[in-house]
Design a protein around this ligand. Structure first.
Ligand code: SF4
Length: 240
């Protein structure tokens, strides 16, 4: 799940983020965070080696060290793109975004700031904020495991089914469209709803086609990427 924390400078929002990260990661959640800043000068000051690489045209520039890694991308990515990368590469249970008061995710306001749309708490106690985030994270991760077809075959919506499962009144088996094994299909980075039939056919067809290829493993995950446009490296040879 994504939760935002926003407020004016020196309002205590970073302190709250710090406490939330400590508390939630202490409970076993994988927590990532994004901090909004007007600039990244502290890591990419003019004259520094990374700045010189970037200035010469390298894009992105990675600063690699044993204790941490910094990737510098110019111009800066928007929040959606960063969220997509963090989710894809690091799969956090909870992603805390500090410094964005807009955005289509629940937010916590800190200090004397006018709450924006989607604000679910204003200056909450830490335990209330943690309880809210845990409840949302549990619901969202349950919902994410459902096919999300909203087919109504269980006489409710997928969101209601997720609530019932979290409440212990239903199980994943109660979803008639639940695939035996998860099959993920993404178009342009967006996950499509996949029911039991499509999952079974897709898995059987793809694994059947790949089974004769060298290196194929029946037990390995399979990823196939189909490009919408031709790779430039495959373009017509010139000068012939
Ligand atoms: S049967 Fe499954 S996919 Fe269909 S609405 Fe219920 S929970 Fe969603």
């Amino acid at each position: 799940m994504i939760i935002g924390v926003y407020g004016y400078q020196d309002s205590g929002k970073t302190a709250l983020v710090e406490e939330l990260v400590r508390e939630l990661s202490g409970k076993g959640y994988r927590v990532s965070s994004v901090k909004h800043s007007p600039h990244t000068k502290e890591v990419d000051a003019p004259g520094k080696d990374t700045w010189r690489h970037s200035n010469a045209g390298s894009d992105p520039v990675a600063l690699q060290a044993a204790d941490s890694t910094v990737i510098i991308k110019k111009p800066g990515l928007d929040l959606d793109a960063i969220v997509k990368i963090v989710r894809r590469e690091f799969c956090p249970d909870i992603l805390i975004v500090e410094g964005h008061k807009e955005g289509d995710f629940p937010k916590i306001a800190v200090g004397d700031v006018k709450p924006t749309e989607g604000t679910v708490m204003v200056n909450p106690e830490l335990e209330d904020a943690v309880a809210y985030i845990e409840e949302r994270a549990t619901h969202e991760s349950t919902y994410d495991k459902l096919p999300k077809l909203d087919c109504g075959k269980c006489d409710m919506t997928c969101a209601n089914m997720a609530s019932e499962i979290v409440g212990g009144r239903k199980r994943f088996d109660d979803c008639i469209e639940m695939p035996e094994r998860p099959v993920e299909i993404l178009i342009g980075g967006r996950k499509l709803p996949v029911g039991a039939f499509v999952a079974r056919i897709t898995e059987g067809t793809v694994r059947g086609l790949l089974s004769s290829l060298k290196g194929y493993s029946e037990t390995g995950d399979v990823e196939i990427r189909l490009r919408a446009s031709a790779d430039e490296t495959k373009s017509e040879p010139s000068g012939e």
